[in-house]
Design a protein. Structure first.
Length: 114
């Protein structure tokens, strides 16, 4: 099983980033997919979740209206479009697959700073 995140980086406040997660080694369309984040000294928190068919999503209150999670079951990928980024969005972002098992990627760093 592999989950490989990409797309992180340094961006100014108000900017945008698009994170991607490529999955392999399991039946992707049987799993709900999520993005979590963890800032230094803080607990990991759920940012966004999408169900296995891509028909339902949920978001952390602080990112609603700014972030959008999507998935492509044909390509085994999940994405997180992040707009209007704020310094408080700075964290390591992790992709998670949850179904019969729970799998994690290695993370991609997002830094929002001027």
């Amino acid at each position: 099983v592999q989950l490989v995140e990409s797309g992180g980086g340094l961006v100014q406040p108000g900017g945008s980033l698009r994170l991607s997660c490529a999955a392999s080694g399991f039946t992707f369309n049987w799993y709900a997919m999520s993005w979590y984040r963890q800032a230094p000294g803080r607990e990991r928190e759920l940012v966004a979740l999408i169900n296995s068919r891509g028909t339902s999503t949920n978001y952390l209150d602080s990112v609603k209206g700014r972030f959008t999670i999507s998935r492509d079951n044909g390509k085994n990928t999940v994405a997180l479009q992040m707009n209007s980024l704020k310094p408080e969005d700075t964290a390591m972002y992790y992709c998670n697959a949850r179904g019969a098992g729970s799998y994690w990627g290695q993370g991609t760093q997002v830094t929002v700073s001027s």
